[in-house]
Every structure is written in structure tokens, then in C-alpha cells.
Design a protein around this ligand. Structure first.
Ligand SMILES: NC(=O)N[C@@H](O)C(=O)O
Ligand code: NI
Length: 161
């Protein structure tokens, strides 16, 4: 039984797969007469090629049965896909370079203040959460033809403490 053990999510470790959306290391700009601060440019959104509109959506996810079996991976050939948690709860991110190469998988534990923006065509597992009713804002492409799935011959398993 091949298992994957998540590591803490960092920009450096995730760089080949997309952006980590977080304020750590970002410049906080004071706005609104000092009553707010903002961080700019946290992700490279690329979803509107061919004039297709961006899709801002909300997901509500629930945990998968334990042990978490990885049976498929997916990618979006036409655009990026951003997930930002809304409840400050840790969650899981699983990516790979080649779904058929178990050594190419990278599993991460994201904090509740870290989002990810999968680069176009990056293999990833559909949203994985620890808690019931976990809510995320999602930014991707408003087009039904933007999903490629690959079902694994043998499942991999996430080693979650
Ligand atoms: N199906 C869907 O909209 N979401 C997936 O792409 C995912 O990565 O969770
Ligand atoms: Ni996806």
C-alpha cells in the first residue's frame, strides 16, 4: 500500500505547481484612511482565454473516508484554479507531475490562511478537507470543457496523523 505523508505547504515547495495564496511575506498596504490593509498580486489568475468569463464560486466540502484513498487525479487544461479557505481551518493539497508516477506526488497540509492557485494543466486531487461543511472561495473558468481526469490503476493513500 503506497502512502503519501503531507508536508507543510510553502511557496518554495509548491512553486512548480502554482501559487500559494497567503499574506506571509507579502507587502501589507494601508488603505481606507488606515482602517484596512491589503496585499496585492497573490496569484496569477489565467482563466479567460477565448473570452470565457471568470467563475467566482463557493464550495462546501466534507471529509473523505479514512484512510483517504487517492483513486483519481485531475487537471484543467484551459485555466488556473484557485482555492481559498474561508473558515481558518487546515486542509490538504495533493499534486503530482505524472499521475502514473507515484514518486512525482507531493502532499501538503495547508493552514486555514493559505490558499492555492493551481497553474494551468497541473495535476491535482479534487478538494480535500478535514472537517464537515468546509467552505472555500474558488476562482476558475466558466467553461464545462476544462476537466481532464485520470483514474489510477492502484490507489495511493494519504498518511494523515
Ligand atoms: N469539480 C470542481 O469544480 N472542482 C475540482 O476541479 C477540484 O479541484 O476540486
Ligand atoms: Ni480542480
Amino acid at each position: 500500500m503506497q502512502t503519501l505523508t503531507p508536508q507543510p505547504l510553502t511557496k518554495a515547495a509548491f512553486a512548480a505547481f502554482g501559487d500559494v495564496v497567503e499574506t506571509d511575506g507579502a507587502a501589507l498596504i494601508e488603505i481606507n484612511q488606515g482602517f484596512a490593509r491589503r496585499c496585492n498580486g497573490l496569484a496569477a489568475i489565467d482563466v479567460t482565454s477565448g473570452g470565457i468569463p471568470v467563475n467566482i464560486s463557493l464550495f462546501e466540502a466534507k471529509p473523505r473516508p479514512r484512510p483517504i484513498a487517492i483513486k483519481l487525479m485531475e487537471r484543467h487544461p484551459l485555466g488556473t484554479q484557485l482555492f481559498m479557505p474561508l473558515q481558518d481551518r487546515p486542509w490538504l493539497v495533493l499534486v503530482c507531475a505524472d499521475p502514473r508516477d507515484a514518486t512525482s506526488y507531493r502532499a501538503f497540509t495547508a493552514t486555514g490562511r493559505q490558499g492555492v492557485n493551481y497553474a494551468r494543466n497541473v495535476w491535482h486531487h479534487p478538494l480535500l478537507v478535514f472537517d464537515e461543511a468546509s467552505r472555500f472561495m474558488v476562482v476558475d473558468r466558466m467553461s464545462p470543457d476544462n476537466l481532464e481526469e485520470l483514474w489510477l490503476d492502484q490507489p495511493l493513500f494519504l498518511n494523515i496523523p
